[in-house]
Ligand binder design. Structure first.
Ligand code: ATP
Length: 475
């Protein structure tokens, strides 16, 4: 197994820019028995890395596995440390040490709140200590700083507010609520704030947490009846940075805990910074008392970047990879990909890989060739509605069935196919796709995407369906 993993690591190291490899791949641990058919387990230190790896790298790792073992393998990606230490350990809660810390703690998260991995044992969450809190414990990503954040009209207000908070945590804007669409730099900005605070005030106890990880901590605290430790942990920080708060949607028990932590931190004049994909009042599935609190400080938006900013981002990212990008290439990419910085990064990566693979210098013609699929799909403006209509026609069902609660296989499978296509062909996030399918939870979309990914390897009919649908949609 270790031979496979080192093989996989060296291939990924060759394929990916060093920053991506170090951030997303290096902290992973793989475990499994000698027989790969019994399944492999890939441990990610936190939900943030898990989400990223699942969306971007898991299918590639599985592909390497199939080549290496010459058989189908399945990899169970889960939060944890495995049996070997990881670079950035996930926070975990120790076994119960006595009291459960009050009446509300006896309330379990609803069954639907429990993640698949909830029954797995967890290691111990340590109270942050000022002496011992090293950079790793903050869970910040050192790669996201103000220095490498490109500023333009789309984010100048958000950046100015972020700088102000970084300079005076706990005073002016509390909480600072940053919202905007997927891939527009919210995570980058929140890490930049954390990194700046820590650089200026190394004594501050600071904690970055993705909302999924916060939820996992609540689940573990519940399982291990260690709410005292959990509460003290989150209330003892000077700065709490919580990313993608929309993921608390529908998780009532977790929201309750967050509500108490929020109040305690605000009372103690500690800084809270929150990111979200929508304006507070538009968040669905979150309690009103939380939503109104989000508005207490300053709410700032990050918008899709304008043309000049997109060009500047491409140039900066290319520079970080040691490449000087011609203006015409940067303009060409920026002209075609408008709504999402992550997409711009993906396109740039594709151009760099294409140039390396074919041994060609980066120029306009080459970039056009490398990106013809990406840009073709983008220009045809594939929308979720369009996908739903095409899928419904293909499977001879009604579009309304795709929004409905019907679970019969004849409806459920086309719905999963449509969700998979929506994730593949549009820039929408899991929650946004869930909304477009009758207000379903993002986990349902995630499940659909994983199911179709798995099945398309094994099921010829499904593979054929996907092929036809992709051709129709891409034109
Ligand atoms: N203004 C910018 N300057 C430089 N890089 C940027 C900028 N905005 C976004 N990026 C880069 O784009 C990528 C995606 O950004 P990020 O993960 O911060 O988006 P997000 O808004 O948090 O997305 P999501 O809601 O999907 O989590 C990151 O690699 C980030 O560094």
């Amino acid at each position: 197994m270790s031979e496979f993993w080192s093989n996989c690591l060296s291939r990924l190291e060759q394929e990916l820019p060093a920053q991506q490899f170090n951030t997303w791949i290096k902290p992973l641990r793989l475990e499994g028995s000698a027989n790969p058919e019994e399944g492999l387990r890939l441990f990610a230190p936190n939900g943030f890395i898990l989400k990223w790896v699942r969306d971007r790298y898991l299918s590639r790792i599985e592909e390497f596995g199939r080549e290496f073992f010459n058989t189908e393998i399945s990899i169970d990606l889960t939060i944890g440390q495995g049996s070997t230490p990881v670079a950035r350990p996930a926070p975990v809660v120790p076994p119960l040490s006595g009291s459960n810390g009050g009446g509300s703690d006896a309330v379990a998260p609803g069954a639907s709140e429990l993640p698949a991995s909830a029954s797995r044992p967890a290691a111990a969450l340590k109270m942050p200590s000022r002496e011992k809190t090293g950079y790793e414990k903050t869970r910040l990503n050192a790669a996201f700083t103000f220095d490498n954040l490109v500023v333009g009209k789309a984010n100048d207000l958000a950046r100015a507010a972020a700088m102000r908070v970084a300079e005076n945590p706990g005073s002016d804007y509390n909480p600072l609520f940053i919202y905007g669409g997927a891939g527009l730099g919210k995570t980058h900005l929140i890490h930049a704030i954390g990194n700046r605070i820590l650089a200026d005030r190394p004594d501050k106890v600071l904690r970055y947490v993705h909302a999924e990880d916060y939820y996992q901590d609540v689940v573990r605290a519940y399982q291990q009846k260690s709410f005292d430790v959990f509460k003290r942990y989150y209330r003892s920080v000077d700065v709490l940075l919580i990313d993608d708060v929309q993921f608390l949607n529908g998780k009532n028990r977790t929201q309750e805990e967050f509500f108490y932590a929020f109040n305690a931190l605000m009372e103690a004049k500690k800084q809270i910074i929150i990111t979200c994909d929508t304006y507070p009042k538009d968040i669905t599935g979150l309690e009103d008392r939380l939503i109104t609190r989000f508005d207490w400080g300053l709410t700032v938006q990050i918008e899709p970047p304008e043309m000049e900013m997109r060009v500047a981002i491409l140039e900066k990212k290319a520079e970080a990879e040691g490449v000087r990008l011609d203006k015409e290439v940067a303009f060409f990419i920026a002209k075609h990909l408008k709504s999402n910085v992550r997409e711009l990064e993906g396109a740039l990566k594709k151009v760099l890989a294409y140039s390396q693979f074919h041994g060609r210098a980066i120029g306009l013609d080459m970039a056009k060739e490398a990106l013809k699929d990406v840009i073709g799909a983008y220009n045809r403006q594939i929308t979720v509605e369009n996908i739903q209509k095409t899928v419904a026609e293909y499977y001879k069902i009604k579009v309304a069935d795709l929004y409905s609660k019907k679970r019969t296989r004849i409806i459920a499978r086309p719905r999963q196919v449509a969700m998979w296509l929506a994730k593949d062909l549009t820039p929408h996030s899991y929650p946004a796709i869930g909304d477009a399918f009758g207000g379903r939870d993002h986990t349902t979309v995630l499940h659909a995407v994983r199911t179709i990914e798995d099945l398309k390897m094994k099921d010829n009919q499904l593979n054929h369906d996907l092929h036809v649908l992709l051709q129709v949609l891409k034109g």
